[in-house]
Write a protein of this length. Structure first.
Length: 425
């Protein structure tokens, strides 16, 4: 009879930290895990219910109640079993990487360097920075919208006489180490952590097809997870830099001076750090940047530590009906939307979605592993959404439940598409 108790990654992480510090406070533990206190309390009760931990009350006064934890024999077995299965699931990938790299050497600036990129923990060598960057760094612009306007609306590029996108978002991994109340990732029923990741064959295909249309815009690594959790982040950025201005959006938790330097030498143009914990993070990340020896304008720090009364420092949207926290606009206030006129989002498996607002991920425009990206950009389903939204018709799901103002960027693209549709070209 199989008596194994299967646990989730969340439960594994809790058991791991408790094993390191049985007296850890819930406040400290929730911060390390990126959980809300409510989620942590629920998870701990579930672990106790499964008899994987015991909760010991070692201090109880009128003002404070503290707990200590003990991992049971079953809890230790479940934790060790999860860790073993995780290793077994990834060992084949590791073997392939090592085998492949033993067959070839990458020659950079006259030096023979083994490895797939210096983010790899299996190799000590470092890939040196390209002398010629695909896209130049530019000075920090005061607001995110102005910065994006320079990229999106500066030049309208075409292919086969049709406007091509200037902003592509990649969701390279479907997991996040944090759980923010204003993000659908906080609700596992809507956006569960699947731990799926984008593979290099998709990155290579995307790069080659963007070259074919002479792409001149940005590729932004963000989407439905924390991109720095992808172990091949450096290799991905290096490849994409052959054809695009590369940006990485992160919550900053996985950053270190070494990681910042790695991203820079692998041709990331901008690193955007969203700070959720407080003003003290400003000095923390500035110190990291200095130690990483990167240009001052390489990192953009974004304050996101406010509460719901200040909308968390964000322009909140309901993410197509998946979030209602904060001061939200009413659905129906905005009619037109230019998102599908100038951009789209690619999920880890190649599915293409209209925009980053769509967290339901039910209506795909196509899959780029099955079709050419330009054909998807101009296919019937994309055309239907684009034409309706340009004309102020939010009549298709998921747009019917979206409250985002989609006309801030992409005016040139929308105007040109409108001209094309009106003339029947």
């Amino acid at each position: 009879m199989n008596n194994k108790i299967m646990i989730t990654k969340d439960y594994f992480d809790i058991l791991k930290f408790i094993s390191l510090d049985p007296n850890i406070s819930q406040k400290k533990l929730s911060k390390k895990l990126g959980f809300s206190i409510g989620k942590l309390n629920y998870s701990i009760k579930q672990l106790e219910k499964k008899k994987l931990i015991e909760i010991l009350n070692f201090k109880d006064t009128n003002t404070i109640k503290s707990f200590s934890y003990r991992i049971t024999k079953s809890g230790k077995s479940a934790k060790d079993e999860f860790a073993l299965e995780f290793v077994n699931e990834n060992i084949e990938d590791l073997k392939k990487i090592i085998t492949e790299q033993n067959k070839k050497k990458i020659s950079i600036k006259g030096e023979n360097i083994k490895g797939i990129g210096h983010n790899s923990s299996f190799f000590e060598e470092t890939i040196q920075e390209n002398v010629k960057r695909t896209k130049p760094l530019f000075k920090t612009i005061a607001t995110n919208i102005k910065r994006r306007t320079v990229i999106v609306d500066d030049i309208l590029s075409t292919h086969e006489n049709l406007p091509i996108p200037s902003w592509i978002e990649l969701s390279i991994i479907d997991v996040c180490n944090r759980s923010c109340s204003f993000c659908p990732k906080s609700d596992h029923k809507i956006a569960p952590d699947t731990y799926q990741k984008m593979h290099m064959n998709l990155i290579n295909k995307l790069t080659e097809e963007l070259k074919e249309i002479d792409y001149k815009g940005s590729v932004v690594l963000c989407g439905y997870g924390e991109p720095l959790l992808h172990k091949e982040i450096n290799l991905i950025c290096k490849k994409l830099s052959e054809v695009a201005f590369v940006e990485v959006v992160t919550n900053g938790d996985p950053l270190s001076p070494k990681k910042i330097n790695e991203l820079y030498v692998n041709n990331v143009n901008k690193l955007l750090v969203s700070m959720y914990d407080g003003k003290h993070q400003i000095s923390k990340f500035k110190k990291m940047a200095k130690e990483a020896n990167v240009p001052d304008d390489f990192i953009i720090l974004r304050d996101r530590w406010y509460d719901a009364k200040s909308d968390f420092g964000l322009k909140l949207t309901n993410r197509t009906g998946t979030i209602n926290i904060g001061n939200q606009e009413k659905v129906g206030k905005y009619k037109k939307c230019f998102y599908p006129s100038y951009q789209f989002l690619i999920d880890w498996n190649g599915d293409i979605f209209l925009c980053p607002q769509d967290w339901h991920r039910r209506v795909t425009m196509g899959n780029m592993m099955q079709e050419n990206i330009f054909k998807i950009w101009t296919n019937k389903i994309m055309t239907k959404y684009r034409k309706n939204l340009i004309n102020g018709k939010r009549i298709d799901s998921p747009c019917t439940s979206c409250n985002a103002d989609g006309t801030i960027l992409g005016k040139k693209h929308a105007k040109e598409w409108e001209r094309i549709y009106s003339t029947g070209e």
